[in-house]
Design a protein. Structure first.
Length: 216
C-alpha cells in the first residue's frame, strides 16, 4: 500500500512504553488546536509525527504552521502516511493500557499498527524544506510564551475569525517569525528557556529539545 510518500508494512515499533506515552501526549495537545490528522513519516529508526497547528491559505499555503515531534523506533521502518489523529490515539491508548496491566511489557518494543485508511488534507502539500536551514538567532522562551498568551487573550476578547487570522499572521515582536509559531510552541508543550530560530526561504523554524514548529 502506498500513501503520501510510500509505505512499507502495516506497523512501526516504538522503543518502549515511554515513547508510546510521549506520542500520545503530543497528539492530545494537537487535538486542542483542532488538528484532526497526523502525518507519520518513518525513516530508519526515527518516526516523525507532524500536525497542522494553523492552516494556511492560497496556493502557496501562506500562514501554515506545523508542529513536529520525533520519536525513536526499535526497528528500521519506512512509511509516509496521513491518518486521523483519533485513530492513532486510540491505538496508543490500547498499548498504554496493556503495558499498565502487564508491567513487564513497559520496557519492550511497542507495536503501533498504522490505521488502514489514509486521508488527504491540503497542508501536506505544503512541505517545508528538509535541508538548507540557516540559524538566525535565539529567542527567550518567555518572549514566545508571552506572544502566545497575548494572542490567545486578544482573540478571546474579539471572538471573530478575522481577528484570529490577523493575530497569528503578524510577527512575534522584534522578529520576523510568524506569531502563529508561538501558539504552536505553547499549545504543543515545546516551550524551553531558549528557542533556536532557523530560516529557509519563506519558512521559519523554532526548535527545542521537545520538538519543532515550522511556519510559512
Amino acid at each position: 500500500m502506498t500513501d503520501a510518500g510510500g509505505r512499507s508494512g502495516d506497523h512501526v515499533e516504538l522503543v518502549d512504553a515511554r515513547d508510546v506515552a510521549d506520542l500520545a501526549t503530543f497528539l492530545s495537545r494537537a487535538r486542542r488546536l483542532d488538528a484532526a490528522e497526523v502525518r507519520l513519516q518513518a525513516t530508519g529508526r526515527v518516526l516523525a509525527a507532524t500536525v497542522c497547528a494553523l492552516a494556511g491559505h492560497g496556493l502557496m499555503g501562506e500562514g501554515t504552521v506545523l508542529g513536529l515531534r520525533a520519536v525513536a523506533l526499535a526497528k528500521e521502518a519506512t512509511c509516509d502516511v496521513v491518518v486521523g489523529i483519533d485513530a492513532v490515539h486510540d491505538r496508543l491508548a490500547r498499548l498504554r493500557a496493556a503495558a499498565e496491566a502487564e508491567p513487564s511489557r513497559e520496557n519492550v518494543p511497542q507495536r503501533l499498527a498504522l490505521p488502514p485508511v489514509p486521508v488527504v488534507v491540503p497542508w501536506t502539500g505544503v512541505a517545508p524544506p528538509r535541508a538548507g536551514w540557516e540559524p538566525i538567532g535565539v529567542l527567550p522562551g518567555a518572549v514566545v510564551e508571552r506572544a502566545a498568551e497575548d494572542g490567545i487573550a486578544e482573540i478571546a476578547a474579539a471572538r471573530t475569525e478575522q481577528v484570529r487570522e490577523s493575530v497569528w499572521g503578524r510577527t512575534i515582536p522584534g522578529t520576523s517569525v510568524p506569531a502563529g509559531s508561538a501558539l504552536a510552541v505553547h499549545a504543543l508543550g515545546f516551550t524551553a528557556p531558549e528557542i533556536a530560530v532557523f530560516a529557509c526561504g519563506r519558512w521559519h523554524r523554532l526548535s527545542t529539545p521537545a520538538g519543532h514548529v515550522l511556519a510559512r
